[in-house]
Design a protein. Sequence first.
Length: 255
Amino acid sequence: MADLTLRGMVIRTVDYRDNDRILTLFTAEQGRVDAKARNCRKATSPLLACTQPFTYGEYQLFYHKNKYIIDQGEVLESFYPLREDVGRFAAASLCAALCLEGVQAEESSEAIFSLLYHTLSFLTYGENDPGDLTACFLVRFLSLAGFRPAITHCAVCGRDLREDPLIRFLPDRGGAVCMACSPVGRRIGKTALEAMRRMLLLDDDQLGRVRMKEPLRGEVLSHLVPYAKLYLPGIEKAAALFTSLHMPPQATEQE
């Protein structure tokens, strides 16, 4: 394989040996790229700053013994404040975990990359509740990754649900389901479904417009997080941390 110069975001770090680290970089052009950073954990290492979680940077990689090695790196955006706020860190970690699970290696993912970059920007520098931004990221990511939940039409029979008084949301059936197709299961309010629908209509630079009150935020997240976990089970650990900080117990209770 040829040497690479690419721009990417650190979505996973694994410490290796005494001072090395294995990074997973998420790039717009090549999807996920795994690379080893030698001695990057030393205080004097020139790679120290560019190998931190969520860092967006430009990296020079060379291929050696069946793996990429980071030769040089330059920080373009550190998103450093995320590491100082546990709630925002948990939200960013869930977004990164979704990308780690849902993005393939050597596969262009420009739309998902843009979504992640803008979400982390709003989490870092915006005033939105982290739960609002995460809910927006979830429904948009699931749509882009091919796991879009049914929102306006029944996932089973396809009937328009917008006039139905009672609707259920069943992850294993694909999202919103009419009462005729599933007389049992957890209900979802029409306002929560409408919120999801509107989130899908936004541009990435408009994510800051998502502002929900607590009851609605909790309801939306209580449906989207289990849905994402079903189709992308590798996010379990990040989802558990996020849930413990951002989802009140009543929002996770099943009917």
